[in-house]
Each structure stands twice: as C-alpha cells, then as structure tokens.
Design a binder for this molecule. Structure first.
Ligand SMILES: Cc1cc2nc3c(=O)[nH]c(=O)nc-3n(C[C@H](O)[C@H](O)[C@H](O)COP(=O)(O)O)c2cc1C
Length: 326
C-alpha cells in the first residue's frame, strides 16, 4: 500500500486518532460523530447482534456521511472502519465478510487469525486493512498475510491488551516494517498523541477515552466508574475470557468476586454471543489511561479537547527546544 493512501487519510482528519472498536460500547452514533469531528470511528462488527442489524448500521453510517458530504462539501469527514474477527470461532465470518464487500468500509481492522481474505476484498474496493497484534510473532504473520498496517496493542490497553512496552515494541517493529503503525495502550490525551508520533507511529488508537462519551452504549454506572478510576483500579487478568485483558477492579468487586483470588478461565472463547458476553457485561474493561478521564462529554467535545491538548503539547515542546538552544 502506498504512503499516499495514508497521507490522503490524514488529510481528512483533524488529529491522527482512531477511535478504537469496543465490544458492547461502540455504536453507529459514536462512529458518525467521530468521523464528523475529524477522527476515524470504528466498531466491532459483532456489536450488531445479527447480520441484519449490522447491515442497518452500515447503511446508517454510509448514508449519514454521504449526506454530510452532499450538504457541506467543504466539511471533510474522516473515514469509518469496522473491526472484523478473522478467527474461525466467529460464527458470522462469511455473512459479515459479504457485508464488508457490499458496504466497503474504508478501514477494516482485523483481530485474531489470518487477515488475507478480507485484505483481498478491501483492496478490490480501495479499502485499507489494519491488523491488531500484541507481539512480534503476530506482527510478522500479519505482514506476511498482506495487511496494510499494524495496530500495536501494547501494555495498559483496555480490553485484550498486550504486555509489551510501547516504546520497545514500536522500535522493534520498525526494524522490519516501514508501513503504517497505529499505537495503542493507555493514551487519553493530546500529548500522548504527539508522543506516539515522535516515536514513529502514524496513528494513535484510543478506546477507554471514549467509554464515557454521551453517545456510547456503556451503562451510566460504567461511565461513572471510569471517571472515578485511576491506574491502580485496573487489573490485567485471564480470569474472564481465557485471554489476558484489562478490567476495572471496582466492577469485579461489584460482581461479587475477589480480585485477589481470580482464577484463569480455561476455556478460550471468542464467540461473543455466549461465554465472553457475560464477562464484558458484568465486568467492565478499561485501560490504564483512565486516570486522565474526568468528564462525561460528547464525542465531538472529546475530540476538541484532544486537539487543544495536542496543540498545547506542540507549543510546549517548541518552547523547551528554544530554551535548550539558548
Ligand atoms: C470495553 C472494551 C472493549 C473492547 N472490545 C474490543 C473488541 O471487540 N475488538 C477489538 O479489536 N478490540 C477491543 N478492545 C480494545 C480496543 O480496541 C483498543 O485496543 C484499546 O481500547 C486501546 O487501549 P485504551 O483503551 O487504553 O485506549 C476493547 C477495549 C475496551 C476498553
């Protein structure tokens, strides 16, 4: 994939931020608002409980963004994207792949498994595929299978986060990959975005920052818990889905469990229609960046705040640099 595609994508964005897909949290309204505000909005295909609902969502998103283009040709909307589970346990694999072919989401983010079937389809209509990875082995595999970009899900990321330090992870991946990199894990502020760019990332993937958005599907108590939480309230455990993920400790306590005495769930279950659903419904996921999330705001307010803190960070850096030169 050419660098021009990424440059073109960035030109339609106010900040190089991708609102990350979140199970039971992301919905079409959030996606539309994110794209209108100037960042990429994405959602997990499986948040739509059936293929028919997914089709309705894709129609709604494409129509609203088309309408915006038609009504205000000068106002650019950022591209939208869908998260597609490329693992064999995804019972909607074929059905959702057909919808991707039909509705042509500009960005497809693959999780788990071989991205090549969706890469073939996305490339036919001019879409981009990013694959999320938690280690070097999976990063190399995704490149081998033809992905266009890597989402480096580093330590502290909400949901199924990895365990690698983002500095070291990104720097090692850059040894063998000069394509797009999206950095993920614990970032909630504009200065985090600037820092990620300085490290060499093309985009930042932000999930937890958007859980307490007015438009999000998270329950009110979940949103409030995020506002009250800090880094000490996050636990990384495989007790709920069989795979290590970051969760809010207070939600585990509220579910009647002792966070000190959790046991590994033996069965690894990526079928979100059964086992994992309960985990995410009763025990809430969030990343280590929760400490700087203080208010319930609309998606557009969050993006504006990110823009402002990004600009402030750029200014601070240049001030520091001119002082250092004196
Ligand atoms: C509640 C929650 C649910 C998530 N569900 C998914 C999912 O369904 N698919 C996926 O690829 N990533 C999922 N993630 C991971 C995010 O896409 C992203 O990697 C993460 O939120 C980035 O870290 P941050 O939350 O610290 O910003 C989820 C994260 C959270 C917090």
């Amino acid at each position: 994939m050419s660098k021009e595609v990424i440059t073109e994508m960035k030109q339609s964005m106010k900040l190089p931020v991708i609102m990350a897909p979140m199970f039971l949290v992301s919905n079409p309204k959030m996606i539309i608002q994110a794209c209108k505000a100037g960042i990429v909005g994405t959602f997990p295909a499986l948040n739509a409980r059936t293929g028919d609902i997914l089709e309705d969502w894709m129609v709604q998103i494409t129509e609203e963004l088309e309408q915006l283009k038609h009504n205000s040709p000068d106002q650019m909307a950022a591209p939208w994207g869908i998260n597609f589970i490329t693992h064999r346990s995804n019972k909607r694999y074929e059905e959702d792949l057909k919808l991707i072919k039909k509705y042509k989401p500009p960005v497809v983010i693959t999780s788990l498994g071989d991205p090549s079937p969706v890469v073939k389809i996305a490339h036919e209509y001019g879409g981009i595929v990013f694959s999320d990875v938690i280690n070097i082995k999976f990063a190399k595999k995704a490149i081998e299978k033809g992905t266009d970009g890597l989402v480096l899900v580093s330590s502290g990321a909400g949901g199924h986060g990895g365990a690698l330090n983002p500095f070291a992870f990104l720097s090692e991946v850059r040894e063998f990959w000069d394509g797009p990199i999206i950095l993920a894990g614990g970032m909630s502020k504009g200065e985090d975005v600037l820092a990620a760019e300085i490290l060499g990332a093309d985009f930042v993937y932000m999930g937890s920052r958007f859980i307490p958005a007015i438009e999000s599907s998270a329950q009110d108590a979940y949103k409030e818990m995020i506002l009250d939480a800090n880094i000490e309230d996050i636990i990384y455990t495989d007790a709920f889905s069989g795979v290590k993920a970051n969760y809010l400790i207070p939600s585990i306590i509220n579910a009647g469990l002792d966070p000190q005495k959790l046991e590994k769930k033996e069965e690894i279950n990526f079928d979100k229609s059964s086992g994992e659903l309960k985990a995410w419904k009763d025990v809430w996921g969030a990343g280590q960046g929760v400490g700087s999330i203080k208010k319930i705001q609309s998606v557009s307010e969050i993006v504006r705040e990110l823009e402002k803190s990004y600009e402030d960070a750029v200014e601070n850096i240049s001030k520091q640099q001119s002082k250092a030169r004196l």
